[in-house]
Ligand binder design. Structure first.
Ligand SMILES: *[C@@H]1O[C@H](CO)[C@@H](O)[C@H](O)[C@H]1NC(C)=O
Ligand SMILES: *[C@@H]1O[C@H](CO)[C@@H](O)[C@H](O)[C@H]1NC(C)=O
Ligand SMILES: *[C@@H]1O[C@H](CO)[C@@H](O)[C@H](O)[C@H]1NC(C)=O
Ligand SMILES: *[C@@H]1O[C@H](CO)[C@@H](O)[C@H](O)[C@H]1NC(C)=O
Ligand SMILES: CC(=O)N[C@H]1CO[C@H](CO)[C@@H](O)[C@@H]1O
Length: 435
């Protein structure tokens, strides 16, 4: 009696468990051997940590499930808080989480980069807090650290962070969570940044996934006019999974989300692993898919009110954006390739880019900063690996095709609560100083 009860409970446990995700070649796979495509949303109701209120997570997870989402991306968490209730609500709804390891006081800064043991410990604490959940998909070591070519000197620090957090993951015996970077979509950095972060031939020093925050597809647009064809030309057979970590231009609105059909369509499906829509909660920037009630006075304060919006309660779809996205995703059910049938030899590392005057600043496969290092103004060439080209992928795009530049890129500028990048923090500090 007792035994069969235990067996039944164990069986139920197995049935309910969410498969874990790993990266192989340029694709994600579930522990059941199926390819995994992300349909997700950026989720940051409150600045410090949206994954601590189990009931709220349950309400949001239920509606995300009806939307068709299977992933969230969270920019800031408190490693000391208990996330088990929220993570289990999302797991029950079939939803994975990508967590940014950095936060307001630990970002890698673009103009004055350093990487030290305080950051390693802080990023590691976030990994510790989320390593125990089966629905943790992976981690980012940075979000939009670099926004201009003349900030590319910070790129080796991003690689150093990936190197040290991958070593941390492995030393702790955690499963092989992909550890990646979420990049601003900037024409003058393409494709050098994505190529640099994955080049050099030492797997211990590259990112495991590359994600783009892209607002190039503004209605009306199609695959060619949006600039996605250009992004795709640089993504062919990329060595690690690529996906959109933010997307969903809201100009002119209402949003149609027709880009989803392209991302999951024949042109891109072999090289992209899906997208995360910016963002769940409606805020001043007008990117929300839901709200928790009408806008309130910008100066109003209260337990769950900030920046003119209530940040807790029953999620109410923003019309027609929520339905439009739901309908788009309902038409998209990619199966991809199974792990057993997948041949990762198709992908290939790009050469480390060489520096150019007034452009990309890192010349080849430079020696990465050690823990405790601050940018000194130059890098030394790598002692070990060479900067000679490895096998170059077929899609080293020249950027000469339809190339929407960052200047017509209406990315959210108001990301105080959600994914405010270090660059924007810098800009804000600048204005604060001058106002
Ligand atoms: C790392 O850098 C931060 C910011 O400069 C500093 O506050 C912290 O003390 C540094 N940690 C170490 C171990 O030097
Ligand atoms: C970097 O480039 C931007 C324009 O892209 C320019 O405004 C800024 O002054 C440059 N910064 C430096 C330090 O040269
Ligand atoms: C690869 O990188 C790791 C971490 O930096 C380093 O310990 C190792 O020696 C490197 N391997 C080679 C062959 O250079
Ligand atoms: C994009 O351009 C290619 C090449 O000119 C063409 O074959 C394709 O039909 C176009 N796709 C769209 C959606 O316009
Ligand atoms: C695909 C889809 O549902 N599109 C709708 C999005 O919203 C606009 C405005 O209400 C509708 O006209 C579209 O049909």
């Amino acid at each position: 009696m007792k035994l069969s009860y235990v067996a039944a409970a164990a069986l139920a446990g197995v049935a309910n468990a969410i498969p874990t995700i790993t990266a192989t070649g340029n694709k994600f796979f579930t522990s059941e051997g199926k390819q995994f495509f992300m349909k997700g949303v950026a989720y940051q109701l409150l600045p410090d940590d949206p994954l601590v209120d189990t009931e709220q997570c349950g309400r949001d997870a239920a509606l995300m499930k009806t939307l068709g989402a299977n992933a969230i991306r969270v920019y800031h968490v408190d490693p000391k808080a208990d996330h088990s209730g929220c993570m289990s609500e999302f797991a029950d709804a079939g939803i994975y989480a990508i967590i940014d390891l950095d936060t307001f006081n630990t970002y890698i800064l673009p103009d004055d980069p350093w990487w030290n043991s305080t950051q390693v410990a802080a990023y590691g604490a976030v990994m510790d807090a989320f390593s125990k959940f089966d629905n943790t998909l992976g981690f980012f070591v940075g979000n939009e650290v670099i926004a201009r070519a003349n900030q590319s000197q910070a790129a080796p620090f991003i690689k150093a962070a990936a190197r040290d957090l991958k070593a941390y993951r492995d030393n702790k015996g955690y499963r092989k969570f992909p550890i990646g970077y979420s990049a601003a979509d900037i024409a003058e950095l393409r494709p050098m940044l994505q190529d640099y972060l994955t080049c050099g031939g030492n797997n211990s020093e590259i990112i495991d996934m590359f994600a783009l925050n892209s607002y190039e597809w503004c209605d009306p647009a199609n695959y060619n006019t949006s600039g996605y064809a250009n992004l795709q030309s640089m993504a062919v057979d990329f060595p690690v999974p690529m996906f959109f970590s933010e997307t969903g231009c809201n100009v002119p609105g209402p949003r149609l989300f027709e880009d989803q059909a392209a991302i999951f369509g024949p042109e891109m499906i072999n090289d992209w692993s899906g997208s995360l829509i910016y963002e769940w909660i409606q805020e001043e920037n007008n990117y929300g898919l839901i709200s928790y009630g009408p806008k309130v006075d910008a100066t109003a304060t209260g337990e769950n009110i900030a920046g003119g919006y209530t940040r807790k309660g029953t999620p109410l779809p923003v019309t027609p954006d929520f339905d439009n996205l739901s309908k788009q995703w309902a038409t998209i059910t990619p199966t991809g390739v199974s792990l057993s049938a997948y041949d990762a030899k198709h992908v290939s590392t790009r050469a480390c880019p060489t520096s150019t005057a007034g452009g990309w600043l890192i010349d080849g496969n430079v020696k990465l900063p050690a823990v405790g290092e601050t940018y000194s103004g130059s890098y030394t060439a790598s002692a070990t690996a060479t900067s000679s080209p490895e096998t170059t992928g077929t899609g080293s795009g020249t950027g000469s095709a339809a190339t929407p530049s960052s200047s017509n890129n209406p990315a959210p500028v108001n990301k105080q609560v959600a994914g405010m990048s270090a660059g924007l923090v810098g800009v804000m500090l600048f204005f604060t100083l001058w106002l």
